[in-house]
Design a protein around this ligand. Structure first.
Ligand SMILES: Nc1ncnc2c1ncn2[C@@H]1O[C@H](COP(=O)(O)OP(=O)(O)OP(=O)(O)O)[C@@H](O)[C@H]1O
Length: 359
């Protein structure tokens, strides 16, 4: 019989954590997911010191969870952030998102944030949100302090992909406390509006909302903030590039021509706005049949790398069509939280960005 989350939490309640308190208590266990027999969760320490001290408890938890009948795999990630970055318990916010923009003099930094990476695409549905979420998690696993802002105002998908749904609090009515998931500090417009209501805003309202999400969210100290943009080349992209000091943009595309045509437009837009393009990522590159191992190039293959070479833009990597990537995205536990070839691919891209000083 497949194990349940309750089975896992009951097991973790018997394992001592920091200060002898059971691991199951105090919000230490985050993002618990049980898919088939595979159990995944994050142990979120309050400081790097506490994270280092958690190793024996992590090993004990892994052994104990593995011993639960029906468990076929266990992945436990320990992440740490300073207490300043830990969001307080959500309270009813008195702040709403969505207003006209306020004037500002030139592009501005976001307080406490060292780098801002925009993740864009020309075409919708090519995997921009999947890339943003997995990259954020992979960077956090490398020990970076990471924020994720879902700026896809018309179609926010990060709450689902990161597995959060509670409304962020605004205790003082001026700033919004972001949420935490899988070691990442995150905020999405989707958490502030009724999920069943369409956002019907003209450009100025979008600009104002983005300004609020950057300036009024208490991001804390971050090494890097990843901004998941809407597809295309519209008001949100323009506002972000013109009003914020961006480190650069990453453009995601699938290899087929129709996506590449739009990716070129996104590249052209970032160039026009003088935003450095840090690299291209090819998503849904190939499909390897899990039954026979045959590799098909459903959307073509290699087109994004060729485009990068032609344009003199770094190629950051390619990701195959992968069922666990889709399932884990739907379940709110990005595939980069686990182990295996996909998590390894994300780790590689994250390390490349860190080595280049970009994250
Ligand atoms: N490499 C992949 N393998 C399998 N499924 C994937 C992969 N990348 C993305 N997907 C799935 O494709 C769908 C679209 O992905 P995603 O939402 O990340 O795209 P997007 O470009 O952000 O879309 P939008 O234009 O709506 O913002 C999702 O269901 C996601 O799980």
């Amino acid at each position: 019989m497949a194990p349940t989350k309750d089975d896992v939490m009951a097991t973790l309640a018997r394992i001592p954590g920091p200060g002898g308190r059971p691991l199951a208590e105090g919000g230490l266990v985050q993002g618990l997911a049980v898919a088939g027999g595979v159990v995944r969760f994050v142990l979120e320490a309050r400081s790097p010191e506490e994270a280092r001290g958690l190793e024996p408890a992590r090993a004990a938890a892994e052994a104990a969870v593995r011993a639960i009948p029906g468990v076929t795999g266990v992945s436990i990630v320990v992440t740490a952030h300073g207490p300043a970055e830990r969001a307080p318990a959500p309270q009813a916010p008195s702040l709403t998102i969505g207003r006209h923009p306020t004037p500002q003099a030139g592009p501005q930094r976001v307080t406490g944030v060292d780098r801002i990476l925009a993740v864009g695409s020309g075409k919708g549905g090519v995997g921009k949100s999947t890339v943003s979420a997995n990259l954020a998690v992979a960077l956090a696993r490398e020990g970076r302090r990471v924020g994720l802002l879902d700026a896809d105002i018309y179609g926010p998908s990060q709450p689902r992909m990161m597995g959060v749904s509670q409304r962020p609090g605004s205790p003082d009515g001026k700033t919004i406390e972001p949420l935490r998931a899988h070691g990442v500090t995150m905020m999405s417009i989707g958490l502030m509006v009724d999920p069943d209501k369409a956002i019907v805003w003209r450009g100025p309202m979008l600009m104002g909302a983005l300004q609020q999400l950057l300036g009024q969210v208490n991001w804390g100290r971050l090494d890097v903030l990843i901004v998941d943009l809407p597809p295309g080349t519209g008001d949100v992209q323009l506002t972000l590039c013109q009003r914020t000091q961006l480190t650069g943009a990453i453009v995601v595309s699938t290899p087929q021509d129709v996506a590449l045509i739009d990716a070129r437009k996104a590249i052209d837009m970032f160039r026009t706005l003088k935003t450095p393009i840090l690299g291209l990522i090819e998503n849904m590159s190939t499909f390897v049949c899990p039954n026979c191992g045959h590799e098909s190039h459903v959307f073509g293959h290699g087109g994004v790398e060729a485009e990068a070479r032609k344009d003199g833009i770094p190629f950051l990597g390619s990701l195959p069509i992968d069922l666990p990537t889709r399932i884990s995205g739907d379940e709110g536990v990005p595939v980069a939280t686990g182990e295996g070839p996909m998590a390894e691919a994300w780790r590689g891209i994250a390390r490349r960005l860190i080595a280049g000083g970009m994250a």
